[in-house]
Design a binder for this molecule. Structure first.
Ligand code: ADP
Length: 445
């Protein structure tokens, strides 16, 4: 929920300007995380397993070979660059692939390998000889459905006898035709239309049903209802799985209503910490000095960096000024459409721009381990106040699962009131933030 961040922005801008930058929806945040994430998030925590069915002893696999997959599927996995199963995959995959099928509810932070796990489960249950839909995955939005479709398509690249189809806005089925692709990935509205209104999608042969991003699904009006209605068209033998990044009561209720006798597995998020993050500050007298400091910081060769600004106005003016001075930067604000955001993030992730400038609102959707330097061009403050927002500070700077890699954080401080905010942050986390001379930023390499 990005509401507080939106309110912060509102505090600094005139009402009309502020109203154009709205808080991101859960679906938008989720999409940004997906696009930003290249590799798996390693977790130090163990996977917890609940309600283990005693007749189904749960085991885990240490490599993909042990799963007895068809060769083409194994090749697909290795071609994607996967060497070993992730933590959640170790536990989930044997259960997802078990015979007889077992239902599952799995929760873990985004980026831990859930999509890859159910993509594999769907692909492995298809009988290519039968020309009918055997696996259905519901995603909350068109963009998220397409991301999932891409994951399944890549993994199934070598399984040329398996067909996949999207059921999203813009896709149509000609009158009298029916959908017979083996795997269908879509949004609840479109799938329900195909099943009930146009009767072109028959789910009676469906063997795997996946509800992806259940927490986001619930946050979207009507999706929960539609999912339940689709669920009614599935045969009772269909294996049901639900995936979620969070595990709030609402998610659990929804999950239990729709998934009978599930094995529940959860991987807790690593704590965000400020360990291994070198925190510094640069003191500036005015806006001009701030700009000078950031231009110097820009020249530090540290790999990827992110600059956080308080409002989209300050973010865009910083971006244009840096660009005018010949620096290459990417800008991400709420003014961009989902498509544009995906494009900006993809370019950044691929290294076309080393610096990403963004606002608070957008910052919440992003958690990347590959950022080496975080700069608070504006310090994080609570909505409408000059009080430090320590939670946002931790979220911007702290990292999960870093495994000893060091990161750097520089706070740009302007005037007395910023110094006070910095002091508040120091005492909250019981840390010392070192002073840095902005003319001499090379010290930080
Ligand atoms: P989630 O669905 O939990 O957000 P994904 O399945 O999308 O996670 O995985 C996150 C990223 O990690 C993707 O880029 C995916 O290709 C990659 N990935 C998934 N499983 C593995 C694995 N076993 N080894 C290496 N990379 C993986």
């Amino acid at each position: 929920n990005a509401k507080p961040a939106a309110a912060t922005e509102a505090a600094e801008e005139t009402p009309s300007e502020a109203s154009t930058e709205e808080a991101l929806t859960a679906a938008e945040e989720s999409l940004m995380r997906k696009v930003m994430r290249k590799g798996i998030i390693e977790s130090k925590n163990n996977v917890e397993v609940y309600r283990k069915d005693p007749n189904n002893p749960l085991y885990s696999v240490k490599d993909f070979e042990a799963l007895n997959l068809r060769k083409e599927l194994l090749d697909g996995i290795y071609d994607m660059g996967f060497k070993l199963p992730s933590k959640i995959q170790e536990t989930a995959l044997p259960t997802l692939l078990a015979d007889p099928p077992v239902n599952m509810i799995a929760q873990s932070q985004s980026g831990t390998g859930k999509t890859a796990a159910f993509s594999l489960a769907m692909l492995s249950r298809i009988d290519p000889k039968k020309r009918c839909t055997q696996a259905l995955c519901l995603s909350p939005t068109l963009e998220l459905a397409l991301q999932t479709l891409e994951s399944i398509t890549k993994m199934g690249m070598k399984c040329t006898d398996i067909s996949i189809r999207a059921a999203v806005k813009g896709e149509t089925v000609a009158r009298g035709q029916s959908v017979n692709e083996h795997i269908v990935v879509g949004t609840p509205g479109k799938v329900l239309d195909w099943v009930k209104k146009y009767k072109c999608l028959d789910l009676s042969q469906c063997r795997v049903f996946v509800l992806d991003e259940a927490d986001v699904m619930i946050a979207t009006q009507g999706h929960q209802d539609q999912s339940v209605r689709i669920h009614k068209h599935l045969p009772s033998s269909c294996q049901m799985m639900l995936f979620s990044a969070t595990y709030e009561d609402q998610v659990v209720e929804f999950a239990e209503a729709i998934i009978p006798n599930p094995v529940i597995i959860r991987l807790h998020r690593n704590e965000e910490t400020l360990e291994n993050i070198r925190q510094m500050y640069v003191e500036c007298k005015n806006e001009e000095e701030k700009y000078l400091a950031i231009s110097n910081i820009y020249t530090i060769p540290v790999g990827n960096s992110m600059f956080f600004c308080h409002t989209k106005r300050s973010a865009s003016s910083l971006a244009s000024r840096l660009k005018q001075d010949g620096h290459q930067v990417a800008l991400l604000t709420g003014d961009l459409t989902p498509d544009e955001r995906v494009r900006v993030l993809t370019r950044y992730r691929e290294g076309q721009e080393r610096v990403l400038i963004c606002t608070n609102v957008l910052a919440r959707g992003i958690d990347v381990e590959s950022v080496n330097l975080v700069v608070n061009y504006d310090l994080p403050v609570k909505p409408g106040s000059r009080e430090a927002d320590c939670e946002t500070y931790l979220h911007r700077i702290g990292r999960t699962g870093r495994f000893g890699k060091t990161g750097n954080a520089i706070n740009i401080v302007e005037g007395r009131s910023d110094i006070l905010i910095l002091k508040e942050i120091e005492s909250h986390f019981n840390i010392k933030i070192a002073k840095l001379d902005y003319n001499n930023v090379e010290e930080i390499e």
